[in-house]
Design a protein around this ligand. Structure first.
Ligand SMILES: [Zn+2]
Length: 661
């Protein structure tokens, strides 16, 4: 890229404007305003609290490391530990978040923080373009590109993504110049060079495709394809391995497909997504059942309390499905995106925006737990209480440290917080797309799209709704002048019966599909969509052993949980939902403005074992129920753990009403 290149000022997250195999085009973050409601509130908290807070954390965690890396007097004999090596990507992820957070309004304070971060990064770059704080000293130069686990490509990928976000939003070339030099250096090693590598943690693939889109330099796309092909995705039969690694890789695979049309990329992605939803995904959309290796695990390996379910993995799948949606506009992708965002992404951050889950338990005893495999560390002097807090995540943490005193020493890479921050900063772009035929509406919240049709006709779309607590959505279409085009409205797959009207005319709406409404739109024409949200019960494939004979409560897109603080008389983990002889149980629904930022609370008949259980096992007694009746109170899982650490469960056992008699 020449230094004189003009910025696009169209701050899209993925630029599909010239992608030959994309059927939808993304819209800029700046084109969509979220106005209150669930997402508007979260978006504002992210911009006003989380992003400045994370800067402080990252400054404390990483800035000295970068300063040291730029100091010629610092010449260590050995590189730091692998976790140190992964951590520096946080500064780049934060820069991506902070850049997109500037999309709507100028913020001199935030611009200053961005400049301070760039001031720290810039001096670390070597003359040949290499930039990796851990391996910056000349004394370690012989080790550069010596081992895949050094996370050099991982950090570079996030650096490139951050730089693209910065340029697209601010129009400033300072960061992208650094990134282009990094990418050119990597190209000399892997593209023009002969090094055979599989990136240990993907992200470089999607970053390079995006750099190709930004600079139109084909070598970056070729290099992305080189990395994808070396991992050998086409041979993958099931989604496996580290759950963030694999979802990030698949994002890059679809980015590469959008440019190349290589059918193997799409086929592999489709196959792995099907496998994920059939065998490897929690009901919340969380991913990664196996803590060991932070992995997808075997089919149906989905433990609850010991779920790994990293926030980043759900974000990875949301990003992947969003990309799939643009090459194959099918509502099943946006359904999954929505499932992830509400139920397995937002549980990762507290309502105040300053505490985070790395792993996301699907049930909790309310405190940390003891891992006998680590008993040796206890014998070396850790006290039990701090040890309990270290193992397992009883509650969200203010950061994940590598070198802090216990009990904060839990996870060594604070990847999830800046990943959440950038996702929330980019969220407006997930709401809409365009195609030659018109505008696509993927998500619902009070919001305004102020953008244009692909022929350049300005158009605004205004949504008014209480979604996700109520399913009525009013969509006002406001073209600059009367013009014919289609509005594609997502009718979610969780719906059983949906109704829709356009300018008063009734339309047939099919759940799980986009409803195409084509007409000559006059400004002020309204689409009204009604998506009834009766409470539903979900059951799992019995091969998932922990959920046998159990149900999950879901209302619309929202998965519910039962937290001890709302059910103080019982242990929620032994609770059953009482099922009537016929039909579904009755749920009392109440929107509580004063609770957890505003949520719908559910109450239903439940039961718990009567009296002390005693020994673990007892003889089956079919003569009586052995249960006492209680009232169960449920809240959305996305809002759990905002009132202190306490027990929680998503799944309830099923108990027939007749067993209570
Ligand atoms: Zn993470």
């Amino acid at each position: 890229m020449s230094a004189n290149s003009q910025p696009t000022h169209k701050n899209v997250v993925i630029d599909l404007s010239a992608s030959p195999h994309a059927k939808l085009r993304s819209v800029p973050v700046s084109a969509v305003s979220l106005e209150g409601g669930y997402w508007g509130d979260r978006f504002r908290t992210n911009a006003e609290t989380t992003i400045p807070y994370e800067f402080e954390m990252i400054e404390e965690d990483l800035f000295d490391k970068f300063r040291l890396a730029a100091d010629p007097a610092h010449q260590p004999d050995e590189p730091p530990s692998p976790h140190y090596r992964a951590r520096e990507a946080n500064i780049f992820r934060w820069l991506e978040a902070a850049s997109f957070a500037l999309s709507h309004d100028p913020d001199p304070g935030l611009e200053d923080l961005i400049d301070r971060a760039l001031d720290i990064i810039e001096p670390v770059q070597d003359d040949d373009g290499y930039l990796h704080a851990n391996m910056a000293p000349i004394s370690l130069r012989h080790l550069r590109w010596s081992h895949e686990d050094m996370n050099e490509l991982y950090a570079a990928g996030h650096l490139i993504q951050g730089a693209i976000a910065h340029r697209r939003t601010t129009g400033d070339d300072r960061f992208i110049k650094i990134a282009v030099r990094v990418a050119d250096h990597i190209h000399t090693i892997f593209g023009a060079g002969d090094k055979e590598w599989r990136p240990s943690h993907p992200v470089i693939e999607m970053a390079l495709v995006e750099l190709y889109r930004e600079t139109h330099d084909r070598k970056y796309l070729d290099l992305a394809c080189y990395f994808i092909d070396h991992v050998g995705t086409s041979g993958m039969e099931e989604i496996a391995g580290h759950s963030v690694v694999v979802t990030f890789l698949l994002c890059g695979v679809i980015d590469a497909y959008a440019e190349t049309g290589n059918p193997a990329y799409l086929e592999t992605s489709e196959k792995l997504l099907r496998n994920m939803v059939e065998e490897k995904m929690y009901v919340t959309g969380a991913l990664g059942g196996r803590r060991n290796g932070e992995a997808m695990g075997q089919p149906f390996e989905l433990p609850h309390e010991h779920a790994y379910a990293e926030t980043c993995a759900a974000i990875g799948s949301a990003m992947w499905n969003w990309r799939l949606l643009h090459v194959d506009p099918d509502a099943r992708y946006s359904d999954l995106m929505e499932l992830h965002f509400y139920n397995s992404v937002m549980c990762g951050v507290s309502l105040d925006g300053k505490k985070f889950f790395y792993d996301n338990p699907q049930s909790s005893c309310g405190h940390g737990y003891f891992d006998p495999w680590r008993v040796g560390e206890m014998q070396r002097g850790r006290d039990y209480e701090s040890y309990r807090n270290w193992i397992g995540a009883p509650t969200r943490q203010d950061w994940f440290y590598v070198d802090r005193p216990e009990p904060k020493h839990m996870y060594r890479v604070a990847c999830c917080p800046p990943n959440l921050a950038r996702t929330l900063a980019e969220l407006p772009a997930y709401y809409y797309s365009t195609s030659e035929a018109g505008v696509w509406v993927h998500m619902y919240n009070n919001s305004t799209l102020d953008w244009q049709l692909e022929d350049g006709t300005p158009v605004a779309i205004v949504q008014r709704t209480e979604y996700p607590w109520d399913g009525r959505i009013e969509i006002e279409v406001k073209p600059e002048q009367a013009v014919e085009f289609s509005v594609f409205v997502r009718i979610p797959g969780w719906c059983r019966s949906a109704t829709a009207t356009a300018a008063g005319e009734a339309l047939a709406a099919t759940p799980g599909e986009y409803l195409e409404i084509r007409r000559t739109w006059q400004t002020g024409d309204k689409i009204v969509v009604d998506l009834p949200m009766p409470v539903e019960l979900l059951v799992a494939n019995p091969m998932a052993t922990e959920t046998r004979d159990s149900v999950t409560v879901k209302r619309g897109p929202i998965v519910y949980c039962f937290e001890a603080i709302d059910n103080p008389e019982i242990d929620v983990r032994e609770a059953s939902l009482v099922l009537p002889e016929e039909g579904l149980p009755e749920f009392e629904e109440e929107y509580r403005d004063d609770l957890l930022g505003g949520v719908v609370v559910l109450k239903a008949r439940g039961a718990v074992p009567d009296g002390e259980w005693g020994e673990l096992y007892r003889t089956l007694d079919t003569s009586g129920s052995g249960h006492r009746e209680i009232t169960l109170t449920g809240i959305p899982y996305l809002a759990w753990d905002n009132r202190g650490a306490n027990a929680m469960t998503i799944w309830l056992q099923r108990l027939a009403e007749s067993a209570l008699v």
